[in-house]
Design a protein around this ligand. Structure first.
Ligand SMILES: *Cc1c(COP(=O)(O)O)cnc(C)c1O
Length: 435
């Protein structure tokens, strides 16, 4: 019981957390701890796998030496690629700090695996916001988009139950121009449920038995280490994600990764650098140490984030709010959506998360127009790595139904304290009442 420590109550006072808020959150915690078991089991499993593969590839100090210039023969880079391929179940992988973010890798993937005249088919509805301009959706395709390049786009929405609409997908695959199928595993900034790897597996089986020639690309952002298997274990041609989310373990300072078949990864490597040379070049003077160490920590950190998300859901459900997923639902990503009741509540929520951050806690976030996003967004991101969403962060587009998306948390304790600060703020503003 946290409240039994004498110094703790003083700290809550110092942080402006009323006793009844601390007590309420403590009770929410007591109500969920019995559900930690499967999360702990999962992370022990992934820890063991990562440890095994690190041993297998004889990761050693020499892989941590920085490289410069062209980076020919950079063993740190090349061994990290092999490690990711093994951990994420692909034949090959590329893990690079040169990729700015997840969107950058997905974009490179779409360009690398299509040619003018081809059509991309998204089978999980509208893809993540930042991809709209990559694809060139809407009336005025931005310069350099796939649309401008002559690559078309179609989408199939998820069924009302949140499943892939396989019959529609299969009938569209009669169109031979479709050369790439895009699947988004996580909910991203939308209210759809996240897909399980099992659902992805079923779709892959059906798609591949009809059209073995299409590339199936999985946007794996936020899904890593939340389940036993990853998309490439069940036949995805390529799965890609961001290193400042799950697999970076909070330590990777930037970058993206792609894991997949040798053929898909080779094509991607020519887009990553240039045709003919591909993966042979690319140096990193800052050393790959945080990428290795981050991957080593990632299963543990993802577990902390999952527990934190569960606690947030539990507390807000107790207060009568709708959440997705609900606290005791099986989770396939680290995102927690909470339906608040107004723009004012969204702003109060995000400002309180910011105030509970280890970095920039004195800064007050406001809604703003973000590059790549269509609506004003408010973000709380008091993170060590700029924009890292494996660290505790919250984002909310300022539009009904007033949903805040919360993710990350390097430690469960931090998420718990942040929840107390959120509820303290909402209580002070009269948005909630507490027993
Ligand atoms: C984060 C994310 C991306 C990529 O976003 P970046 O900010 O560019 O890393 C793509 N898809 C989903 C579902 C995401 O969550």
């Amino acid at each position: 019981m946290a409240l039994s420590l004498k110094g703790m109550q003083q700290l809550y006072d110092d942080m402006g957390i009323p006793q009844k808020v601390a007590k309420f959150v403590q009770e929410a915690h007591e109500g969920i701890k019995a559900m930690f078991e499967p999360i702990d089991e999962l992370r022990e499993y992934h820890q063991a796998r990562i440890l095994k593969f690190m041993g297998q590839y004889q990761v050693s100090q020499r892989h941590f030496y920085p490289s410069t210039g062209y980076g020919y023969g950079d063993e740190g880079r090349d061994t990290l690629d092999k490690l990711y391929a093994a951990v994420f179940g692909g034949e090959d992988a590329l893990v690079r700090p040169h990729w700015v973010s997840g969107t950058h890798v997905i974009s490179d993937c779409l360009f690398a695996l299509t040619r003018p005249g081809d059509v991309i088919l998204s089978i999980t509805g509208k893809p993540y916001d930042t991809l709209e301009q990559v694809i060139g959706m809407g009336n005025d395709p931005s310069d350099g988009s796939l649309a401008e390049w002559g690559v078309g786009y179609k989408q199939v929405d998820l069924t009302p139950q949140g499943d892939i609409d396989i019959p529609t997908v299969l009938s569209l695959l009669d169109d031979p121009r479709i050369k790439l199928v895009l699947i988004q595993r996580s909910r991203g900034y939308s209210l759809r449920p996240s897909l399980s790897v099992k659902q992805i597996q079923k779709a892959l089986r059906d798609i591949k038995s009809k059209r073995s020639d299409v590339f199936v690309v999985v946007d794996n952002c936020y899904g890593e280490f939340t389940e036993e298997l990853e998309p490439c274990h069940v036949g995805a041609d390529i799965a890609v994600g961001s290193l400042i989310k799950n697999p970076g373990g909070g330590l990777a300072p930037t970058g993206g990764y792609a894991v997949g078949t040798s053929r898909a990864i080779e094509k991607l490597s020519y887009r990553l650098t240039y045709p003919g040379t591909g993966r042979e070049v690319g140096s990193y003077a800052a050393s790959y140490t945080p990428f290795y160490q981050g991957l080593f920590l990632a299963p543990h950190v993802v577990g902390e984030a999952l527990k934190g998300a569960m606690l947030m859901a539990k507390a807000f459900e107790k207060l009568g709010y709708e959440t997705s997923p609900r606290w005791d639902e099986v989770r396939y990503d680290i995102i927690q959506a909470i339906h608040l009741r107004s723009a004012e509540e969204l702003i109060a929520f995000c400002q309180a998360i910011q105030s509970a951050s280890p970095v920039d806690s004195h800064v007050l976030p406001y809604p703003w127009d973000m590059p790549g996003y269509r609506h004003q967004v408010i973000m709380a991101a008091g993170t060590f790595v700029q924009g890292a969403s494996i660290e505790l962060s919250a984002d909310a587009p300022l539009k009904p139904p007033y949903v805040v998306y919360l993710q990350g948390g390097l430690t469960y304790e931090h998420v718990k304290l942040a929840l107390m600060k959120v509820l303290a703020q909402m209580y002070r503003k009269g948005f909630i009442s507490l027993p």
